[in-house]
Design a protein around this ligand. Structure first.
Ligand SMILES: Cc1ncc(COP(=O)(O)O)c(C=O)c1O
Length: 212
């Protein structure tokens, strides 16, 4: 096998330098500006389902905000995926909470729902309290077993924060990754996705919390 498949490459359309020049020429360097507004708007239509979209500085910032929205704080536990980029779990530690890592199942390489439920039971038995959130990832653009994960989340009434940083454009049953949550307290479930250096957080109901 001599064909190398890269994990990720930057894709340039040829227009990027022009947009950078335009930002300098029009002095829309801070705060944000028409290009970011237009980007958020276009992505809102792409994602669909009346979700609001906010551009952030990084996926890490979006996950961090999502955790704050879910009330994750010191002493809490958040269920994470063991096979992911470290930014899925870092913001859990920023909040003073502890990540509880779940291994992957072999079909999607994402969070194994069977191990997820085992871990929830184990943490309740050992700590006397439920994990504060579940943070599945659609790694390499492959949708996680979100139906099963959401069913377990609903059973234990734990909110889900969906990390779709690697899955912009991926779909599951015709629905875009980053909008798949069916867990309880859905207004408190957030999705995030990534495009170059802009990451987005969208809310299930109305608009969002902000960003950098
Ligand atoms: C699965 C996953 N989650 C979160 C992030 C965080 O994104 P950022 O590097 O923009 O903070 C990444 C980044 O590649 C990622 O792959």
């Amino acid at each position: 096998m001599d064909k190398r498949i890269y994990l990720c490459l930057a894709h340039m359309s040829g227009k990027e330098q022009g947009f950078i020049k335009e930002a300098f020429d029009t002095n829309w360097v801070v705060p944000l500006g028409p290009n970011v507004n237009a980007f958020e708007d276009e992505l809102k239509h792409f994602v669909g389902q009346d979700k609001e979209v906010v551009a952030l500085s990084a996926g890490t910032a979006a996950i961090h905000l999502g955790l704050i929205q879910l009330g994750v704080g010191a002493g809490d536990e958040v269920i994470c995926q063991s096979f992911t980029f470290c930014a899925s779990a870092n913001p859990v530690a920023y909040q003073g909470a502890k990540p509880v890592f779940i291994d992957s199942e072999e079909d999607t390489w994402n969070m194994d729902p069977v191990l997820l439920e085992e871990a929830i039971k184990d943490r309740i038995a050992k700590t006397g309290k439920k994990p504060k959130a579940i943070l599945p990832v659609h790694l390499y653009g492959m949708p996680a077993r979100i139906d099963e994960i959401c069913a377990i989340a609903a059973k234990y009434d734990i909110p889900v924060l969906e990390d779709a940083a690697e899955a912009l454009g991926s779909e599951f049953n015709g629905q875009k990754c980053g909008t798949l949550m069916k867990a309880p307290r859905s207004r408190r479930c957030f999705m995030l996705r990534r495009l170059v250096n802009l990451s987005l957080i969208t809310s299930m109901k109305r608009s969002v919390t902000i960003i950098v």
